[in-house]
Design a protein around this ligand. Structure first.
Ligand code: GLU
Length: 542
């Protein structure tokens, strides 16, 4: 059969690949400049793992003076959720990983290598499918099973397909006449690759973080173009990443098993292969201590919106992820406490963990550190911003009480060793509940009688004129009540005292804050004011 005629029968007219390639000239970048892309499917939310890839992409492009672009892979239209690409763009811009090239749905396009939505590139895929058919490298398949396409999810779940022998598709043997008849009868067709693989040959390739990988070559007549005219991921990947000039493809490791197919498709198209980084899936420990994938369904922290809703500083989220990507970051951060994380010299992702484990406690620690370096004014602005976006009912209060809230935020802050307890803005009102009415709960005291005795006495010793006076009075009272005011004396002879002055402070602290541990007590009491403190003391000694 004449392949050219077949190609024309299947795809009459249309653009040629030469015409298309003229529209995608080589990017005039300096040597060494890398072009990376983030290529999510618009499924309605941004997974932490996707953001992790975007971060690597951004870094590779920016470090090399290259280009980072966003491509929306919306060829599986059944899965598409409207507004999804906006969610992705919001996350990228919110975290200041603005792509150099992108397209807003129904709006502006920035960049000359678009369209950046795959669903708008149908003509391009068609032209390459036609070319492959005309060269005898692909063929039409009329089987019903192509209608739904190989379910992307199932394909992803497939194990590393080493050793899997794929059958050749029966439609590769159709005659020109049979094909003609099918077309006349209005039958829909998909286009399959005519694989050269024999199921035995192996190929090698280098993954930039995993090193050299040997894997069984593709032997499957995989679908390139679905019968709705849209490409499979595999076909679109080869075409788009080539035309759009991608130099390094960063994608999830779930794509590793399909690498051999991509290898063969690139060859069939005559394209040069890009470099690859297959980034590891992020895991989490379940209650039983077993590892499982961070799941969109089960783990709220898999969704990037979670961090905004909870009010995590963006810097903390990014630093946490960099830490997962490259364990050297922690040491670097220690040595460069005030540097911008963008200055961190990634060293080719050599330390990338094989199975990064998501750990909220670690994120919280990083966030505490980040927040502890902010001024009270900055904290107030972040808190207000968080409330405006996520907690409207607090906005009025915050706006009206700017000075008071800023003072609260200033307790134990802007000091050489600032207090590190706040790690997300949503916890502010709970953490400082005692500054806004009463504490929600009280820690238990060891002796209710002593507690009341101290509070009763303290009503006569309360003096907030200065910190020194305040503490001198506390000590004076402690001595009166039989507590030691000098710790070394107390240690020498503990039985001679009821306890030491620290115990007295603990009682006062619990009465006021509900906690044994709180920021500077004098500052808290001063902010609350004498009246309020007296009221509290009375409440416990009625
Ligand atoms: N749309 C694919 C995904 O979401 C992109 C994979 C890639 O980056 O090549 O998994």
């Amino acid at each position: 059969m004449n392949n050219k005629d077949l190609a024309e029968l299947l795809f009459p007219g249309g653009m040629t690949t030469e015409e298309i390639e003229k529209k995608y000239p080589k990017r005039g970048l300096k040597s060494g400049a890398e072009v990376t892309r983030f290529a999510p499917s618009p499924t309605g939310f941004m997974h932490l793992g996707g953001f992790y890839q975007a971060l690597i992409d951004y870094n590779i492009a920016k470090r090399s003076g290259g280009v980072f672009y966003l491509r929306i892979e919306d060829t599986d239209q059944k899965r598409e959720i409207s507004g999804a690409s906006e969610v992705i763009m919001d996350v990228l811009t919110g975290y200041d990983f603005m792509p150099d090239e992108y397209q807003l749905k129904g709006g502006v396009t920035i960049g000359n290598y678009g369209p950046y939505y795959q669903s708008e590139r149908k003509e391009i895929y068609r032209a390459y499918a036609k070319k492959l058919v005309s060269e005898g490298k692909a063929f039409p398949c009329f089987c019903k099973k192509t209608e739904g396409l190989e379910d992307v999810k199932k394909m992803r779940e497939k194990k590393f397909a080493v050793g899997l022998l794929e059958e050749k598709d029966p439609c590769r043997n159709l005659t020109f006449e049979q094909i003609q008849e099918n077309i006349k009868a209005g039958k829909k067709f998909a286009i399959r690759l005519k694989s050269n693989g024999d199921g035995k040959e192996k190929i090698k390739f280098t993954d930039c973080i995993r090193g050299e990988i040997e894997i069984l070559a593709n032997s499957k007549d995989a679908i390139l173009l679905k019968n709705d005219g849209l490409p499979t991921y595999h076909f679109a990947h080869a075409i788009d990443d080539t035309l759009m000039g991608t130099t390094t493809v960063v994608r999830g490791e779930e794509w590793l098993p399909s690498y051999p197919l991509h290898h063969e498709i690139f060859d069939a198209l005559g394209f040069k292969r890009p470099k690859y980084i297959h980034s590891p899936v992020i895991y989490k420990l379940n209650e039983k201590g077993n590892k499982r994938k961070l799941s969109k369904r089960k783990d709220p922290e898999a969704d990037m919106r979670f961090y905004d809703q909870e009010g995590y500083p963006k810097q903390a989220v990014v630093e946490y992820l960099i830490n997962l990507i490259n364990s050297n970051f922690e040491i670097w951060r220690k040595n460069n406490p005030n540097a911008d994380y963008r200055e961190f010299p990634f060293d080719g992702f050599k330390n990338t963990a094989n199975t990064p484990l998501f750990d909220l406690v670690k994120l919280n620690d990083i966030a505490k550190d980040v927040i502890s370096k902010l001024t009270a004014e900055q904290c107030y602005e972040y808190l207000l911003y968080w409330a405006k976006e996520n907690c409207q009912e607090k906005v009025e209060f915050l706006t009206k009480n700017r000075e008071y809230v800023t003072k609260i935020l200033n307790i134990d802050r802007e000091k050489p060793k600032p207090r590190k307890d706040l790690y997300k803005w949503s916890m502010f009102f709970d953490l400082f509940d005692y500054m806004f009415g009463e504490p929600k709960t009280y820690e238990e005291v060891d002796s209710k009688d002593d507690f009341e005795m101290v509070l009763r006495a303290y009503q006569h010793y309360l003096d907030l004129s200065t910190k020194d006076v305040w503490f001198a009075k506390v000590k004076e009272m402690a001595a009166q009540l039989g507590y030691a005011t000098d710790n070394s004396e107390y240690k020498k002879n503990p039985n001679a005292f009821k306890g030491n002055v620290a115990k007295v402070c603990e009682y006062i602290r619990i009465a006021i804050t509900g906690r044994k541990n709180s920021p500077d007590l004098f500052e808290i009491m001063t902010l609350l004011g004498e009246e309020k403190v007296k009221e509290i003391l009375k409440k416990f000694t009625k």
